[in-house]
Design a binder for this molecule. Structure first.
Ligand code: SF4
Ligand code: ZN
Length: 346
């Protein structure tokens, strides 16, 4: 006997990873879409008239995000304007292919698309950065630059909000990593559904409670066009271990993912944990919680041929770079050719 759909009683075709319920395809779509709509309305993520830049990489999460935001905006009349925003990190054989997917999504969903590149913004591609620093800290550079590139792209688009495709698994992994590092400030921040509101350009995560496995199922059954190859520079060993551990936990108890998010959220209610104050970088003018932002510090390290000094805690890396500048100023009056590389432009 076929298993009956828990919602409509018809023949079920799948078991929902999040709830364990057997459901038919249409009921799965209905539940999935309603849950994302609930996350958006309950979290007050958008208001009528918002111009929302949707971070689009061509991967499953951002493709589902763009598709579902367009669908829910029409179904529930949110009254928001959606624009796809992609960042080209300059990774040959990976990002160039995934951007082709975003260009197809642009036509499939009839949404405008803007692409900003590391090369134009910073004068460095990830290919060039990896050539200089190797495969150890590449994701630190890439992550910091991507974050700022999205802000800068959104500002160019005159968007007043950014929506990203972070899913429940991503957030649970980050909770786990921050617990393991003992980083309480980040632990508080990482479960927030909206961040950066103080800096004037809030970022929100409409898929915060959506399980990765369900995103894959949704994309598969909806036949969405997405790119599924891993980045060729993806060592990120620490996150990889956290991910494997989380997947093991999920196998034993599917609610582990949501439980971890709730643990992080309950911590964020505590008021005695110091939070960084958002301001703007004195060098490039973009959002930063330090006088000089991490993107500018990393870029200075790259341009001076001292990328390793720029990695790590902001205050320490600034001290190291300033000390290196002073000693090279006193021994060498001239600017080294590497320093002539592009500064942050805006
Ligand atoms: Fe960038 Fe690392 Fe992600 Fe590749 S895996 S896109 S280098 S952050
Ligand atoms: Zn800066």
């Amino acid at each position: 006997m076929p298993v009956a759909c828990r919602m409509c009683g018809g023949p079920a075709v799948l078991k929902r990873p999040k709830t364990g319920d057997a459901v038919c395809k249409d009921c799965f779509f209905y539940a999935f879409e309603n849950e994302v709509n609930y996350t958006i309305t309950n979290g007050n993520l958008f208001k009528r008239g918002d111009r929302v830049a949707v971070g689009a990489s061509g991967g499953k999460d951002s493709t589902v995000l763009a598709y579902i935001l367009k669908l829910l905006n029409e179904r529930h009349d949110y009254g928001i304007e959606l624009i796809l925003l992609s960042v080209d990190e300059g990774i040959t054989g990976y990002r160039d292919d995934s951007l082709e997917t975003v260009k197809r999504n642009q036509h499939q969903y009839d949404l405008p698309l803007k692409i900003v590149s590391y090369e134009d913004l910073y004068g460095w591609t990830m290919d060039a950065i990896v050539k200089q620093i190797g495969l150890k800290n590449n994701c630190t550079f890439c992550g910091v630059f991507r974050r700022q590139a999205l802000d800068r792209g959104a500002m160019l688009l005159k968007a007043n909000k950014i929506a990203t495709g972070h899913n429940a698994d991503d957030i649970a992994e980050t909770v786990l990593m921050n617990v393991l590092r003992g980083d309480i400030a980040r632990l508080r921040r990482c479960t927030a559904i909206t961040t950066g509101a103080e800096g004037g350009l809030p970022r929100c995560k409409p898929l915060k409670y959506t399980y990765e496995k369900e995103i894959v199922m949704y994309a598969y059954f909806k036949k969405l066009d997405y790119f599924s190859t891993e980045c060729i520079y993806s060592p990120n060993a620490y996150r990889g271990h956290a991910r494997t551990y989380l997947k093991d936990l999920e196998r034993i108890r599917p609610s582990s993912i949501i439980d971890l998010i709730h643990s992080g959220e309950s911590l964020s209610i505590k008021k005695d944990v110091k939070m960084p104050v958002q301001g703007t970088c004195t060098r490039c003018g973009y959002i930063s919680s330090n006088a000089i932002c991490k993107a500018c510090t990393l870029l200075e390290g790259l341009n001076k041929g001292l990328p390793k000094l720029a990695i790590g805690k902001s205050n320490k890396s600034r001290r190291l770079l300033d000390a290196a500048s002073q000693s090279s100023d006193s021994t060498n009056e001239k600017t080294s050719p590497k320093e002539k590389k592009k500064d942050v432009t805006f």
